[in-house]
Design a protein around this ligand. Structure first.
Ligand SMILES: NC(=O)C1=CN([C@@H]2O[C@H](COP(=O)(O)OP(=O)(O)OC[C@H]3O[C@@H](n4cnc5c(N)ncnc54)[C@H](OP(=O)(O)O)[C@@H]3O)[C@@H](O)[C@H]2O)C=CC1
Ligand SMILES: CC(=O)[C@@H](O)[C@H](O)COP(=O)(O)O
Ligand SMILES: [Mn+2]
Length: 383
């Protein structure tokens, strides 16, 4: 039985992962779980799955859990904070770690998990955006497999099965276009958090949903693809596909294009990553044929400047993608808190990128330093 540690079990990916586990009995045991603030749901999960180690973001929540679990028939170690996340990521009984927290906070535990030799099921794309070169080097050094969970990267990974990387001409990432795909620039001036949180096809956490609305999500995915599949930015394209049925494509040197299709349901890529190379039946719905029209369009880089910012940051490389990511995280949180307009998100990210002189990083600490710098700059600029 696979022994799984989940970072972010209470989130969208974490909850769907537990659904996958429920639908495939006696295959995966969640042995360690980490959550942020949602202590009520976390308590339910802990009682149901009986992991050996759990962690919450805050000490007071960990103490509350301790009280709730007093007298529970199984011994559960409880920790908290960044040390707790590291403990879950490196828990000795776990062979696989699913990284499903949102943001660059996932970076340190992912590095620790790799160094502890865990297989990584990677949903947390910000990790590869901020430190893709370092993560891939470490994965090679420690002989660790990184299984993509992000739907586009899972699709590409599936299309590449049995193929030779020398035969790949380009990757084509599909993007839904988000809720404002056909809005004019003038209309976009009035976007509220509630509007941005209304993704047409996917139910996801708040941060990634806003990223989908600005198209920064696709930009982050371009950088993620560059590192996962060791391919240059010139050979990665983005195409708008509003139905989110084709999850991405690979074009080969002979002109053939392989696409992976399925209903927009994250349980499919989660399951593929956890059971690779097996394909189990699962509970996700299936495409109903005929599936209707599939349409494609060029992204509008004028109305959605975030996509270009990500390509730029990726091409510059060094610490620039970490700065892009940190500035974007802060800008999205400010937007969700009503402190920043939607259209100001890419402007703010661009400003912080302009101010940054990228340096070649040698360590996780170098990345974290630039991440902190970018966060402080956003705070200063927003005031
Ligand atoms: N949702 C999706 O369909 C997809 C998501 N992804 C990527 O997966 C990652 C997770 O996304 P998603 O599940 O949507 O996000 P959510 O916001 O729904 O979930 C985030 C999870 O991380 C936990 N968390 C946040 N901060 C901390 C912290 N400091 N310490 C411990 N736990 C923390 C949250 O806890 P709590 O809720 O208890 O506060 C929650 O369990 C992101 O990187 C996203 O880009 C990629 C593809 C698709
Ligand atoms: C489900 C998933 O992988 C998300 O990253 C999704 O792709 C978001 O949709 P967009 O295509 O709108 O960014
Ligand atoms: Mn995706």
């Amino acid at each position: 039985m696979k022994q799984l540690a989940i970072l972010g079990s209470t989130g969208s990916i974490g909850r769907q992962t537990l659904q996958v586990i429920d639908s495939t009995p006696n295959t995966i045991k969640p042995v360690a779980l980490a959550a942020g603030n949602n202590k009520l749901l976390f308590l339910e999960q802990v009682k149901k799955y009986k992991p050996q180690l759990i962690s919450m973001q805050h000490e007071e929540d960990a103490r509350w859990l301790q009280q709730q679990l007093d007298g529970f028939h199984q011994k559960i170690d409880i920790c908290y904070g960044s040390e707790g996340l590291l403990a879950v990521a490196t828990f000795s009984d776990a062979d696989t770690v699913l990284t499903a927290i949102s943001g660059a906070v996932g970076l340190q535990p992912t590095v620790a998990a790799i160094k502890a030799g865990k297989t990584i099921a990677l949903a947390n794309k910000e990790t590869l955006v901020a430190a893709g070169e370092l993560i891939m080097l470490l994965a090679r050094e420690y002989g660790v497999h990184i299984m993509p969970v992000d739907s586009e990267h899972s699709a590409i990974w599936q299309c590449l099965q049995g193929e030779n990387s020398h035969d790949v001409a380009r990757l084509i990432l599909t993007a839904s276009g988000g809720p404002f795909r056909s809005w004019s620039s003038e209309q976009m001036a009035a976007i509220t958090p509630a509007m941005a949180l209304n993704h047409p096809n996917w139910q996801m956490g708040a941060k990634i949903t806003v990223d989908s609305a600005t198209l920064m999500n696709k930009g982050l995915e371009v950088i993620e693809a560059r590192w996962l599949f060791d391919i240059s930015y010139d050979n990665i394209n983005v195409v708008i596909h509003p139905q989110s049925i084709i999850h991405s494509m690979v074009e080969f040197n002979d002109g053939s294009v392989l696409a992976q299709m399925g209903v927009p349901d994250m349980r499919l890529p989660i399951q593929y990553a956890l059971f690779y190379p097996q394909r189990l039946a699962g509970k996700a719905p299936r495409l109903q044929w005929p599936i209707g029209e599939l349409t494609f369009a060029e992204p509008d880089y004028e109305r959605f400047p975030s996509l270009n910012l990500a390509f730029q940051a990726g091409r510059v490389g060094k610490t620039m993608p970490a700065v892009l990511n940190a500035a974007n995280e802060m800008a999205v949180h400010a937007f969700l808190a009503g402190r920043l307009e939607f259209k100001a998100i890419p402007k703010l990210v661009a400003k912080v990128m302009e101010e940054h002189s990228p340096v070649q990083y040698n360590s996780l600490e170098d990345i974290m330093e630039m991440d902190s710098w970018a966060r402080h700059r956003v705070e200063e600029i927003i005031g």
